[in-house]
Ligand binder design. Structure first.
Ligand SMILES: [Zn+2]
Length: 293
């Protein structure tokens, strides 16, 4: 494994950590888009799964180290690991290659509480128990997201959050439930988008006239930059489309860095407009060697 790639955003350094490659159903990832269109860029395997990454940006300045989303982590059963073709994960290894320990992470921003974004907030220890993966970090999540995850009786939401007790109970004392847009430190904001889930949020970094945004499940891969290409999981796809149009317009106009939660080829890129279509400008590639159980 190579050391995490970094970009500079004003006074902040952003390093791209990954929890490794996983595979998920292509139809779920592209919703109403016909397979005939998405499979050109995202070939499916025999189980209709496409290759995806688990990108977790680490935003650093001074003593602050903010991890955005935590991937799947190591809490899955052997059967679940096989379903998603996900290995042990590389998040902590990446952190150590930067000369840091999990205890050095000061903040975690969770975009939402689906298992592939919050699973890595806990670690299964040698005795089989779950403990906080980042023991000294304050964990920022929208209060509404926690409430829906914990209390909804809707069948679809129950299934989407069936892991929630395992992930939240070990870190109860570390959770900072927030309401609406919130600055974690000056220059780093958790901004609510809704769309994918009602209280989904993204991470925005602004410093010295430069900006970076991690759009999480609003634009999970480069292909989702197209307006109608949205995940079947989105609870409000129209809202997702409005939010992605808003942020991508800002990114093109102001040369922001944009990172993709699940793109298997690029961690992040500058987005450019080319003959009316959005395309990747300079990009930070995902390295080889992150596959498999
Ligand atoms: Zn999600």
């Amino acid at each position: 494994m190579e050391p995490p790639r970094k970009i500079q955003v004003g006074e902040f350094t952003v390093a791209f950590l990954t929890d490794g490659i996983w595979r998920n159903d292509g139809g779920c990832m592209f919703g109403v888009v016909p397979r005939e269109l998405w499979q050109r860029e995202h070939p499916a395997d025999g189980q209709n799964r496409i290759r995806l990454n688990l990108t977790c940006p680490l935003i650093m300045r001074g003593g602050n180290a903010i991890v955005v989303d935590t991937g799947i982590g190591n809490r899955l059963s052997a059967v679940e690991r096989k379903i998603f073709d996900h290995g042990e994960g590389w998040l902590i290894d990446g952190l150590r290659m930067l000369g840091m320990e999990p205890g050095d992470v000061t903040h975690v921003l969770l975009s939402h509480l689906h298992f592939d974004h919050c699973g890595g907030i806990v670690r299964r220890n040698a005795a089989g128990g779950l403990e906080p993966a980042f023991p000294r970090a304050r964990i920022f999540v929208q209060r509404g997201e926690i409430e829906v995850a914990r209390t909804s009786s809707n069948e679809r939401l129950r299934a989407a959050y069936r892991h929630i007790k395992e992930c939240l109970e070990p870190v109860t004392g570390l959770i900072e439930a927030i309401d609406a847009d919130t600055a974690l430190v000056p220059g780093v904001t958790a901004a609510v988008t809704g769309g994918h889930t009602e209280h989904h949020q993204v991470a925005l970094v602004s410093s010295g006239g430069e900006s970076f945004v991690h759009l999480a499940d609003i634009v999970p891969t480069r292909s989702h930059m197209r307006g109608p290409w949205n995940q079947a999981y989105d609870l409000d796809a129209i809202r997702t489309m409005e939010q992605k149009a808003h942020y991508l317009r800002l990114a093109v106009g102001n040369r922001w860095w944009v990172s993709f939660a699940h793109d298997e080829r690029v961690y992040a890129a500058r987005v450019v407009e080319d003959r009316g279509k959005l395309a990747l400008g300079g990009s930070i590639p995902v390295p080889e060697g992150l596959d498999g159980v």
